[in-house]
Design a binder for this molecule. Structure first.
Ligand SMILES: [Zn+2]
Length: 390
């Protein structure tokens, strides 16, 4: 079955199809791709032998190493923070979470953003364990393009950890307008946070900040990792008192007035209703490998539900495939090269995923490519407009 009208009227592939496709990608990356790679080398870009940056983005030296790796052995994300300031921030964050337990006037001390990925599941588990009296409202902001695995993970975790949980599914027309705008104006990816990840982040963070303000919860907890926080916001804390950067996208103009409340506007709230935003995982500074182990050990998720490949939004593949066709590489290549260089993810797995997506983008032969086309159509975008065969 190719399409269904289920998710908020958005014509997309059925959730079972998406689930099978994502699990297949994860399994093939682990077991099959290393056998296929030698046969399809001609379709693949040369990549840095140490991280994975593609040659289309950067020059490689005679040893096949990129400039970033040659000059930048240390871990960029770790370097960005001074250790004394870091210890102080960790202490202050712990004190803030301890003091918040049962302290709000309203029914909740914190809104916790649950995305259904392993990081936010780990976050809610550890917060429940270390701050058992924190009254949590967990929130999933569904942009209509979420992975069915992530949706299941979030519901299961909230039930298993006995937390009150709400889902806000954004209006499809509102989300479409924003994604369509960005997808049809792609720019050559630079070495920063991928724009569409930032956008889905804005949708979730701002909806979360708005909900926290409305229910009088003084804290908003996010599952952002250190690398995500540093590359997206230049530090370990979100600028919670400020309007989040809109990344040059006219979000207000793109948003009908009925949906504009999703963009949190601090000036419309009294100062004591503006939640403080904390990303504890960035402060605890755990790697993907450590989080995966902890989540599996605590039995929070089955092993097949953990990889970001199975939990990431379906729309990412559309952006990624369009970027590879337009520029020869994608923002995802840059994002994972950072993480590989920082030593927080497994290179052998991620290089396989990146190459499989690249192969898919260049040949159009795989189910992921077909899914990316279906997603483009569902946004009202003709795939030809974004450099793909219709
Ligand atoms: Zn490199």
């Amino acid at each position: 079955m190719l399409a269904e009208q289920g998710r908020g009227g958005v014509p997309q592939q059925s959730s079972e199809t998406v689930l099978r496709m994502k699990q297949q990608l994860d399994r093939r990356a682990r077991f099959v791709w290393p056998l296929i790679r030698p046969l399809v080398r001609g379709k693949l870009a040369k990549r840095c032998a140490r991280c994975s940056l593609p040659e289309a983005f950067t020059k490689l030296d005679a040893q096949g190493i990129c400039g970033e790796c040659a000059t930048h052995h240390a871990k960029r994300a770790q370097e960005a923070v001074d250790p004394v300031a870091e210890a102080k921030l960790a202490r202050e964050t712990d004190e803030a979470l301890r003091a918040a337990q049962g302290a709000a006037k309203g029914p909740y001390d914190a809104v916790l953003l649950l995305s259904g990925g392993k990081d936010s599941i780990y976050l809610i588990h550890r917060i429940r364990k270390e701050y058992p009296d924190l009254r949590i409202l967990s929130l999933l902001v569904d942009n209509n393009y979420m992975s069915p695995v992530a949706l299941r993970n979030a519901e299961l975790a909230a039930a298993q950890l006995d937390v009150e949980h709400v889902t806000i599914r954004l209006r499809p027309s509102f989300v479409h307008a924003v994604f369509r705008y960005v997808l049809t104006r792609l720019e050559r990816p630079k070495d920063d946070y991928p724009l569409y990840a930032l956008l889905t982040g804005h949708m979730a963070f701002d909806t979360g900040r708005g909900l926290a303000a409305r229910v009088g919860a003084p804290l908003l907890l996010t599952g952002l990792s250190r690398v995500q926080n540093v590359t997206a916001f230049g530090g370990l804390e979100l600028p919670d008192q400020l309007q989040a950067s809109r990344s040059g996208i006219p979000l207000d103009a793109l948003t009908p007035s009925a949906d504009r409340h999703h963009w949190f506007e601090p000036s419309q709230w009294p100062a004591d209703r503006i939640p403080r935003v904390i990303s504890p995982i960035a402060i605890w500074n755990l790697s993907e490998i450590e989080i995966t182990e902890a989540v599996l050990k605590a039995g929070l998720l089955p092993a097949s539900h953990v990889s970001p490949v199975v939990t990431s939004d379906v729309i990412y593949a559309t952006f990624l495939i369009a970027e590879i066709n337009q520029f020869g590489y994608s923002s995802v290549d840059l994002q994972w090269a950072h993480r590989i260089r920082a030593g927080i993810v497994e290179r052998s797995y991620w290089i396989n995923i990146l190459q499989m997506m690249e192969y898919s983008a260049r040949t159009g032969r795989t189910p992921w490519f077909k899914n990316a086309l279906a997603t483009a159509w569902s946004l009202g975008v003709n795939p030809r407009e974004i450099g793909l065969p219709a």
